[in-house]
Design a protein around this ligand. Structure first.
Ligand code: PLP
Length: 385
């Protein structure tokens, strides 16, 4: 088995392809085993020498998965959850009533609704701020009260970019933590902990699993501290752990993460460039394009690509957007993102009346199909309008 130093030096592709199989060599299996037991036998001396007591806090399949993700994000520890929302809400539930948090003005819609609704009713004070404007972030800090700044970059579905290290400087000067929802970037393109973030969150339902058949969430911490212990207690007591069967499937999906993310990013850039000058398209929102307002920061903090997500806005307004979605044949009209199959969605219809998302916008999750087929399908849909 490679020593700890060697594991720390391995490239992400090697970690992913092998998912630390050397760490479980008792039975010499080439894939990590699936452990289903919900409880463990206590030793005769009344101790648990294995460290495993009960399935809600402890499961070896889940712990194996957590070690792989910790290595990928270069963190100190990881917890996986039954969904991305379970991971995200755990962070806020580890705070105390009266604490103030800053979150992006435009972000993953369900989490924004939860923050504005239940979290606020429970006593958190939440300011929704345009995080790409650092002077607004600074002005929103309430000294002594602001405990956390939540980043999502690139952020759903306008793909605005937040400067992770600059926000960390502002937050840390005020003793506030920074947590980055890095679902869209994935550890392949950005490692927020190396940029100063205290925690990273993923909806592992998306790229980490990549096959649209597991709901899961991830939190990675940069350090083992009292806040992380509190978050661990929230998961154990609220029961948001992932089932080991899904954990095993997620480990399998993870093994091709680097290949899928690079391919989706390449194709997303090609699609963005193709439709940039299209007569029916008013704008393409993609951080890989030079005119995107976050492009320079994206170049600084994303390596090897700008991700597989983009949005198109149509000159013909809502009718054109819905018309294109209706006429595509390869792209699937479905919510979610980060799978091997390409998805298209009219976000304003999903988010409802108070959405900040324009109704002429379609969100595209680019999969790993041939990019020319994907472009041709969108072209024929646009040409029929
Ligand atoms: N964060 C982002 C950026 C997302 O896109 C999603 C889901 O779409 C979530 C969090 C929530 O994840 P889940 O659906 O796994 O609960």
């Amino acid at each position: 088995m490679p020593g700890k130093n060697m594991i720390n030096k391995l490239k992400q592709a090697t970690v992913l392809a092998q998912v630390h199989i050397d760490k479980i060599s008792q039975t010499a299996e080439i894939i990590p085993p699936l452990h289903l037991s919900t409880t463990y036998v206590r030793d005769a001396d009344n101790e648990y020498s294995s460290g495993l007591v009960y399935g809600r806090p402890h499961n070896p399949t889940i712990q194996h998965l957590e070690k792989v993700i910790t290595t990928l994000e270069q963190g100190a520890d990881t917890m996986v959850f039954g969904s991305g929302m379970a991971a995200a809400t755990t962070v806020f539930q580890a705070l105390k009533p009266g604490d103030h948090v800053i979150a992006p003005k435009v972000m993953y819609w369900s989490l924004r609704n939860w923050l504005a609704g239940m979290a606020t009713e429970w006593g958190l004070q939440v300011s929704f701020v345009e995080l790409s404007d650092l002077s607004l972030v600074q002005a929103s800090i309430q000294p002594g009260k602001t405990k956390l700044v939540w980043i999502e970059t690139p952020a759903n579905p306008l793909w605005s970019i937040t400067d992770i290290s600059a926000v960390c400087d502002i937050a840390h000067a005020a003793d506030a933590r920074v947590v980055a929802d890095s679902t869209v970037s994935t550890p392949i393109l950005t490692q927020p902990i190396l940029l100063g973030a205290d925690m990273v969150m993923h909806s592992a339902t998306k790229y980490l699993n990549g096959h649209s058949d597991v709901l899961a969430g991830v939190l990675v911490t940069a350090k083992l501290d009292a806040f992380w212990e509190r978050a661990q207690q929230v998961r154990t007591n609220h029961g948001g752990i992932l089932s080991p069967r899904d954990g095993s499937q997620l480990l399998r999906g993870l093994r091709t993460l680097h290949l899928r993310v690079r391919e989706s990013s390449r194709s997303a850039l090609a699609i963005a460039e193709h439709f940039d000058q299209h007569a029916g398209v008013s704008s393409v929102l993609y951080p890989g394009l030079a005119q995107h307002p976050g492009h320079d920061i994206a170049c600084k903090q994303m390596t090897g690509g700008f991700g597989g997500m983009l949005s198109l806005r149509f000159k013909g307004g809502k009718r054109a957007a819905i018309g294109v979605a209706a006429r595509v044949k390869l792209w699937k009209r479905a919510t979610s993102l980060g799978g091997v199959e390409s998805l298209i969605e009219h976000r304003a219809s999903v988010e409802g009346a108070n959405t900040p998302v324009p109704d002429d916008l379609l969100r595209l999750s680019v999969g790993i199909e041939d990019v020319n087929d994907l472009i041709a399908d969108l072209d024929q849909a646009l040409n029929q309008l």
